[in-house]
Write a new protein. Structure first.
Length: 321
């Protein structure tokens, strides 16, 4: 079956700097794909590339292809992309505090999506808005629809942003760290809502996060980004049981667990390299405890794993053909 979304060797430049280098991903209908990595790894850039929003930050796709239901989104033009955004794929922005229009009522901001993309009347759009708000566990949706963003909590605003993403009845939802500004309890509720809607509606969900614990709970597959490249991509269960890339193992090692001895939780030393100042060879080599001369000299190719998925590491047990 052809994937709903396929990225093939995607490269993204801003100015003279290459920030994404050869990104390859696939996402099927009804599947939840986690895109993980530290800040600066390229997660949000990948989302913007898929949605065709790179020009807003001065970026562009300079290589590869992004196919959505057979269409190459890099070749169809802005007018066609605009007709797809909201209707066939929705975008849940990272910060709900700034994603809403401060001077427009909540209901109107959700209504406009279904009016534009589904051709509904004002009355039908409002009924759809109230139904979506109820599905998202918003109490008294009629009253909330008449409120302004400043009158709502952060968790409530995030639910509204999700309702806007769903209002056009899309096939794909891109959720860019949708719980960043929320407390832990509300984070769990939002993730649960997103994944339940994905399963119930058969939506493809691209969940961008830095939280490997969330990935373990809700995702089917996970792609690990580091410094603009794919480090590893596999099904969730095997990647947590036996990570093949040292960076993946380091991220999993940062997850707190019940019964851990005091002082046994450690972060990853160092930091993601600044764009344009990437080390030669494997970009993770300055922080990798297993790095050898080969890692510093040659870029590792992304190779297939015997158990499925792929990894870019010179010393991982990958298939050679």
């Amino acid at each position: 079956m052809t994937p709903l979304l396929r990225l093939t060797d995607v490269c993204v430049d801003i100015g003279r700097k290459r920030l994404l280098d050869g990104i390859g991903l696939t996402l099927d209908r009804g599947q939840v794909l986690g895109l993980v990595g530290e800040s600066g790894s390229g997660k949000s850039l990948t989302a913007l590339a898929i949605a065709g929003l790179l020009p807003l930050i001065g970026g562009k796709v300079t290589g590869g292809a992004i196919h959505f239901d057979g269409m190459d989104l890099t070749a169809i033009g802005e007018a066609r992309l605009r007709s797809l955004r909201g209707k066939r794929f929705g975008f849940v922005m990272q910060n709900p505090m700034t994603a809403l229009d401060a001077v427009q009522r909540i209901g109107e901001q959700i209504d406009i999506v279904s009016r534009l993309h589904l051709g509904l009347s004002a009355q039908a759009a409002r009924l759809r808005t109230l139904d979506l708000m109820a599905q998202l566990r918003i109490a008294e949706p009629s009253a909330v629809a008449e409120a302004y963003p400043h009158q709502l909590s952060g968790g409530m605003k995030q639910r509204i942003v999700i309702a806007m993403a769903l209002a056009g009845d899309p096939e794909l939802i891109i959720a860019d760290e949708p719980t960043t500004a929320l407390d832990v309890t509300v984070q769990a509720q939002i993730i649960q809502i997103l994944t339940r809607l994905s399963r119930d509606r058969g939506l493809a969900l691209l969940l961008i996060t830095h939280d490997m614990g969330v990935v373990a709970q809700v995702c089917d597959r996970v792609a690990v980004l580091y410094a603009g490249r794919i480090a590893e991509e596999r099904a969730v269960e095997p990647i947590f049981e036996a990570p093949s890339h040292p960076y993946t193992a380091a991220l999993i090692g940062c997850i707190p667990r019940d019964g851990m001895a005091p002082g046994s939780l450690h972060g990853i030393p160092g930091a993601v390299p600044v764009s344009g100042r990437y080390p030669s060879g494997c970009r993770f080599n300055p922080r990798c405890t297993h790095a050898a001369d080969l890692c510093r000299q040659e870029r590792p190719a992304l190779r297939a794993l015997p158990s499925g998925g792929s990894v870019a590491c010179h010393f991982a047990k990958a298939e050679t053909s």
